[in-house]
Design a protein around this ligand. Sequence first.
Ligand SMILES: Cc1ncc(COP(=O)(O)O)c(C=O)c1O
Length: 349
Amino acid sequence: MMIHGGSFEDGVLDFSVNTNPCVTKEMMETLLVKHADKGLVYPDIDGEELLQSICSQMAIEPSRMVLGNGATDCLYRMAATLKPKTAVLIEPTFSEYRKALSLHGCDVYSLTYDFKASKSMAEAQILDQLKKVKAEMVVLCHPNNPTGHCYSEDFIAQLVKNQKVQKGYVLVDESFRFFEDIVSCYKKDEWNLIVLTSLTKYYGIPGLRIGYMTGNHSLIETMKKSQMPWTLNGLALTVTKDLMDNQGLKEATTAWYNSEKIYINNALSDLKGLEVLKSTTNYVLCFMDEFLGTEINQWLLAQSEPMGIRECGDFGGLSDSYIRIGLKSHEDNEKLIHQLEEYWRLNNG
Ligand SMILES: Cc1ncc(COP(=O)(O)O)c(C=O)c1O
C-alpha cells in the first residue's frame, strides 16, 4: 500500500507527485552551478536571508517565522515543542500530521465529513462535529491533500475563535496554496493559529527541501532554540531564494496551471463512471464506479512506457475506488490520458 506519492522506481512517469513541472532539470542545473560555492561552506544556521525575504513579502515579523528542512521538519518540531495531548484531523488528509503528533503521545482523532458536499454544507458538518470533540489542536490542510478542497475564510476564523475559548490551537497547512494564489490565513493577532507551508511543491524542490512555519512569538522562539545547527542547507536556501524571485517562473506556472487543469478535468470527466472532484490546487481526486486504483497502477506500470498514479486506499475515509493525479506537463498529461482511455477500452469501461 502507498503511504506517500513519489515512491515509484526511477524511469516511471510519476503522477503521484504534486510538484511544479515548470521548474525543469535544466533550470535546476543552472541554479546549482551558480550556487555551487554554497556546498563548500557552512550555511547560515537560521537561513536569515531567505527568512527575511519571505517575511517581507508576507509582511510578517521574522520573530514569528521559522524555516525548516521542508514543511515536514517544521511539523515534527512543532509537535515536539507543543506536545498537544489531543488533536483532531479532518480526514481524508495528509498522513504525517498523525505520525508527528502521535510521536509525542498525542491522541489523534479523525473526523470525517461529506467532502463531496458543497463548501458551506461541509464546513457546517465539520463545525458541528467539532462541538462534540474537545481537542488541544485541530489540523486543517488548506487546500487539502488529497481532495484539493479549500476552506472559507469565515470557517477558519470561526475555528480559531472556538479553539481559543478552550485554549486550543488550529494548525493550518497551506503547502498547496500558491497554485491558485490563495491568500495566507495567517493573522499575527491570533496566538493560537499556526500556519505551515512547504516550498517544495510550488518551487519543485522536494529533493532540496525548504518549508516554514508561522505562529506566536513564544512557539517560534522555542522552535528556533531547539533547532539543530545547519539543518538548512546552503544550496536549498540560495536556490529557493532565486526561484522565489523569478517572476517569469510565476507567470509560466500560472499559464501552465490554468490550461492543464482544464485539460485534465475535461479529459478525465470523459471517462465513463469517473467523477473528478473540484480541486483548488495542482492535483485532482477522482472517484471511480467500477475500477480500482491498485489495478490501474499494476496495468500502467506494466506498459512499455511505465507510469503511476496515487492510489488512495491508505487515506482515512477513502478507498481503492479513489485515485489522485498530479498535473504534469501537457505532453505527459496527454500520455496518461491516452493510457487511461486504453485501460477503459480494454476493460469495457
Ligand atoms: C499537505 C502537505 N503538507 C506538507 C507536505 C510536506 O512537504 P515538504 O516536502 O516541504 O516536507 C506534504 C508532502 O506531500 C503535503 O502533502
